[in-house]
Design a protein around this ligand. Structure first.
Ligand code: ADP
Ligand code: ZN
Ligand code: ZN
Length: 733
């Protein structure tokens, strides 16, 4: 008997597809990429048709029927559909979960793939109002719209404009858009103010980079290695403009932290096309609208953070990944994908150029330049008149310290502040102090659920665990010996800012970290305080370290570089080197030269020495040699299996059992380390273990992962422990 069977991907942690009968009233046109609603277990879920077949191994009586088909046209098709299948196989993750991860929440929930009105784009003026006025003397209706928009810098919807005018605003708006006087903004809540910014004339290095990118035929990977402040963004903008002129769309990925209103405004101003912005601050409706605008081709540029990489773009012409080394591109839970790596695949499948930009490229990317897979484009100098900052190590051993700052650094701070310049103090630890200690008995406030200390948050009078977010009140006396002498040990940004206030009472101090920037709009307000010069002394975590352009900051102090020197993670030094160079890059971006002072108890440490005296490229070259000798990435490929359970040994025993079941692979092709306890052995009340797989050849690793994963699903304990696989892990914790 010939049947129509729908083979579905379902967002469930099961590595298989599921066969269903079509709905009784199905009218044909069933095809891959359509969403359906189907009974699954005791619920009805949204699922995705992967194939329409005419036979199944499932006995007829057990076949369930799809309840309804949700789309008339496939939601995903072509390149994106193929790429998601690739993701499922590369990350060894169920296809249904991959598709669900890639889709906006609303679509995942089964909502119609049509724009949701509340989040509809708004119109804003694209030029100053007097300029618009000049151009519109003979178009009164358009003039009225321009005036209304000038009075509403946050933008107005077509409906609002229609209400204001008393007649339909659509035609006049289109007229204005064709003259490039207005543009549409996605209603992201943080609409940039309209300024006029013109492209500076590109310098020779920028020009050369742009020419190489725009001349590229088809898939080419460019690593744009530009020192901080070298004008990489100008290169992106020029390359995007060229792609737009060819009628293509561009996809631009930025790390979460650098998607500031300033960045947005710069792109909006300069591109003059509809930009879809995708980031974690959007509501679900806004996200759906932006996604639809991109997929329809209406948005010509997509600017977004990690998950924006899954946006289907019908006219894709260029892919850009800014700060390609940034760790935020790797998702750390669920589907542990790398947006950078996916972006490369996307460009490859779309046969378009891709630009990876960074001042501190990932070692993986540098190795790919060595292997001639990527073409290097260099911006060796800062744009405009800015000079490179000067880095010095400050040996703090035996120095008197005030507020965790050595005396010579305090002098330097005074000096720069007195000259009317700004100073940035970098300390990558928020809160007041990382440890609360009883001076009488040695008791330390530990998180009850993690193998970790509580961080003291003085202002909120709370002990907070930075790993599981659990909180406790600060005890008035030691719970162990009742002593009242409880002391904060060490420094977080809060304590630093407090003590700096005492040290510099007349100075305006601004603290920028996740605690102070919790509210929407706080970061952008802080940025304007910095720009206006109102804030003189800036204290911050990595939130302050990356991407920002503060022309009047002339001194940057890295207070605790040593933290990163002691880690057991082989990537820790790479991340430390990148962070130091990125922070240092905030100094001297204007006309005045910048200085960077790095406090350390290890002034002779080879990493610090090479970084300070010879720069990131020299560090990277040395690090690559070490990685080669040790057969570590990029010269080997890793996957990390993690497991956690409430019982003390369950996670470990489970991992052990998976190995027994899978049968050990030939050791020459694959190395297995573990199972061992995770570096943080207990977290959020669960015991954790892990196991590292390493192979020189990627295909050996993946062949093994297929075997291992099947074994893991069947291994004893698989249902009692929570386990996951992290392919190409960036952090081994
Ligand atoms: P990066 O992204 O490499 O850190 P940006 O693109 O943000 O650098 O540029 C740093 C600063 O230099 C910005 O203020 C930018 O406007 C300016 N700039 C970039 N290119 C030029 C140029 N060719 N001439 C003058 N100023 C430039
Ligand atoms: Zn005590
Ligand atoms: Zn905890």
């Amino acid at each position: 008997m010939s049947d129509i069977i729908l083979r579905l991907a379902i967002a469930a942690p099961l590595d298989r597809l599921f066969d269903y009968l079509p709905p009784v009233d199905a009218t044909g046109g069933l095809q891959p990429g359509l969403r359906v609603r189907a009974p699954f277990g005791r619920q009805t879920v949204v699922a995705y048709i992967v194939a329409v077949v005419d036979h199944t191994g499932v006995p007829r009586a057990q076949l369930k029927r799809v309840v309804e088909v949700l789309d008339a046209q496939p939601l995903l098709s072509g390149i994106m559909w193929d790429l998601l299948a690739w993701v499922a196989s590369y990350y060894h993750h169920p296809l249904g979960e991959v598709i669900a991860t890639a889709l906006p929440v609303r679509l995942r929930e089964g909502k119609a793939a049509t724009a949701i009105a509340s989040g509809m784009p708004r119109w804003v003026l694209a030029v100053p109002v007097d300029q618009a006025g000049l151009a519109l003397q003979r178009a009164p209706q358009q003039m009225r719209i321009a005036a209304a928009l000038a009075a509403h810098p946050a933008g107005l919807s077509v409906a609002a404009l229609t209400a204001l005018l008393g007649v339909g605003a659509g035609v006049a708006l289109r007229g204005l858009r064709d003259k490039s006087l207005v543009m549409q903004c996605v209603a992201s809540g943080s609409l940039p103010t309209v300024t006029t910014s013109v492209a500076p004339p590109l310098n020779a290095a920028q020009q050369a980079a742009v020419s190489r990118i725009t001349a590229a035929q088809g898939f080419n990977v460019f690593l744009l290695e530009g020192v901080t402040g070298s004008g990489k963004t100008e290169v992106y903008l020029a390359a995007i403009v060229a792609a737009l002129q060819r009628g293509r769309q561009a996809l631009v990925l930025v790390p979460e932290i650098s998607l500031t209103p300033q960045t947005l405004a710069r792109f909006n101003d300069r591109l003059g096309v509809h930009l879809a912005v995708l980031h974690s601050g959007l509501t679900d409706n806004e996200r759906l609208n932006a996604w639809l605008e991109a997929r329809s081709g209406y948005a010509r540029v997509v600017l977004g953070t990690r998950s924006a990489v899954f946006t289907p773009l019908p006219d894709l012409g260029l892919v850009i990944v800014d700060e390609e080394h940034d760790l935020s591109y790797k998702q750390q839970d669920g589907l542990r994908y790398s947006a950078r790596d996916f972006a490369l695949r996307y460009a490859q499948r779309g046969n378009v150029p891709v630009v990876l930009g960074s001042a501190t490229p990932a070692l993986e990317s540098l190795a790919n330049v060595q292997r001639q897979r990527y073409q290097r484009l260099a911006l060796p100098e800062r744009a405009g008149d800015a000079k490179p900052p000067q880095l010095t190590l400050l040996d703090v051993r035996r120095q008197p310290m005030t507020a965790n700052i050595a005396a010579p650094l305090i002098l330097a701070i005074r000096h720069h502040l007195a000259a009317g310049e700004q100073v940035l103090m970098f300390l990558n630890r928020r809160g007041y102090a990382p440890v609360l200690l009883c001076h009488d008995c040695g008791w330390v406030a530990d998180c009850a659920r993690c193998h970790a200390r509580y961080t003291l948050h003085q202002q909120r009078k709370r002990l907070i665990c930075h790993h599981c977010d659990s909180q406790a009140v600060v005890p008035a006396q030691c719970p162990h010996c009742t002593s009242l002498d409880l002391r904060p040990i060490g420094y977080g940004t809060q304590r630093l800012a407090d003590e700096l206030t005492a040290l510099f009472p007349a100075v305006n101090i601004l603290r920028i970290d996740r605690d102070t920037m919790r509210n929407k709009g706080a970061l952008s307000a802080a940025m304007s305080e910095v720009r206006s010069g109102q804030a003189q002394l800036l204290v911050g975590t990595q939130m302050l370290a990356k991407g920002h352009d503060f022309p009047n900051v002339t001194l940057v102090a890295v207070l605790d570089a040593d933290q990163g020197l002691y880690s057991t993670d082989f990537r820790a030094t790479e991340h430390l080197a990148q962070l130091i160079i990125q922070v240092a890059g905030r100094a001297g971006r204007g006309v005045k030269p910048g200085r960077v002072v790095i406090q350390t108890h290890n002034p002779d440490h080879p990493l610090l020495q090479i970084l300070v005296h010879r720069g990131y490229a020299a560090y990277a070259a040395a690090a690559l040699e070490e990685r080669y000798a040790a057969r570590l990435p990029p010269y080997a490929h890793l996957a990390l299996a993690r497991a956690e359970a409430s019982g003390a040994r369950a996670a470990h025993d489970f991992l052990q059992a998976t190995l027994l079941r899978a049968g050990r692979p030939p050791l020459t092709q694959l190395e297995i380390l573990g199972p061992v306890p995770a570096p943080m052995e207990r977290r959020a009340g669960r015991h954790r273990a892990q196991m590292l797989f390493s192979a020189v050849e990627r295909r050996d690793l993946h062949a093994w992962l297929n075997v291992w994963r099947a074994a893991a699903a069947e291994a004893p304990g698989a249902r009692q422990v929570r386990w996951s696989l992290d392919v190409d892990p960036v952090d081994l914790y």
